[in-house]
Design a protein around this ligand. Structure first.
Ligand SMILES: Nc1ncnc2c1ncn2[C@@H]1O[C@H](COP(=O)(O)OP(=O)(O)OP(=O)(O)O)[C@@H](O)[C@H]1O
Ligand SMILES: [Mg+2]
Length: 255
């Protein structure tokens, strides 16, 4: 397996009743890169994510991670394989603190029960949690309940929790939605660092084009369930089909 095929999405189709949400979609993600999946609303991006993280079962096609066919694995096996994700609609424990939410992300590589992990985390786990909280810029909110954070900071917390899994593949569904410009700049820096310093591979679904165009190595563009273009940010932003898909829908400008 070459590093070009770190993640292989090979001809997947997903149907919901009569609707084909994803239609014979194929793309490869290179190891150690930031790969963006973009497209107008309803294009099938989150559905594709849900197939990779195994929440949805494609009706056709294969998904491989470093050559291993993961198409039939249950979602709970993904953490053990080093795949972590965030959700478009947040999935945090609102009553728990920032620190406790990140701690729960450590569960996949801890020998403790969830309760034991929350009550008596060991020193190494505490250090990891604190470093992740610092990395996403939430140190001053360490003991704040997740539900009391604003939406943008909740998104950053979700990233910290996903990183607690020590992933090799990080799937981010619209991490910049709801973020202020300042936080988008921090996110840009954080994601670039995760790839450059930590060697994590990132698959990113995002509508904030400023972020996508600045950090992505490669972009796959979907419209109505199908891939309509793929290439570098420069190539994709000049592609007629991409411009038409966005302007035709009146959702966002690719620039
Ligand atoms: N669980 C589901 N049941 C039925 N239809 C669904 C389901 N999930 C998604 N869909 C439909 O599949 C299509 C693709 O949806 P998806 O959420 O993947 O789009 P998206 O590209 O993530 O859009 P957005 O940018 O708005 O998040 C849409 O028409 C959506 O309504
Ligand atoms: Mg979506």
């Amino acid at each position: 397996m070459s590093s070009d095929n770190f993640l292989e999405v090979d001809g997947i189709t997903v149907q919901f009743g009569g609707l084909t949400a994803v239609n014979q979609l194929s793309f490869n993600v290179k190891q150690g890169s930031i790969h963006a999946l973009i497209g107008p609303n309803g294009a099938g991006k989150s559905t594709t994510f849900n197939c990779i993280s195994r929440y949805y079962q494609p009706t056709a096609g294969r998904i491989r991670l470093q050559g291993q066919d993961i198409s039939q694995l249950p979602p709970e096996r993904m953490a053990g394989l080093g795949v972590a994700r965030t959700f478009q609609n947040l999935e945090l424990f609102g009553e728990l603190s920032v620190r406790e939410n990140v701690l729960l992300g450590c569960h996949s590589h801890s020998t403790k029960t969830l309760g034991g992990l929350l009550r008596r985390p060991n020193g190494e786990t505490n250090d990891l949690v604190d470093s992740l909280i610092e990395r996403v810029g939430l140190t001053s909110d360490r003991e704040t309940r997740a539900k009391e954070l604003d939406f943008g900071h909740q998104k950053l917390l979700e990233i910290a929790r996903a990183l607690a899994l020590k992933p090799r593949l990080l799937l981010l569904d619209e991490p910049a939605a709801g973020l202020r410009n300042r936080d988008i700049e921090s996110l840009d820096k954080l994601l670039t660092e995760l790839v450059d310093k930590d060697g994590i591979t990132v698959l990113l679904v995002e509508h904030v084009m400023q972020l996508v165009m600045s950090i992505s190595h490669r972009i796959t563009v979907m419209s109505f369930g199908q891939k309509i273009a793929e290439g570098t940010p420069d190539e994709v932003s000049k592609d007629e089909r991409v411009i038409e898909a966005y302007l035709g829908k009146g959702t966002a400008h690719v620039s």
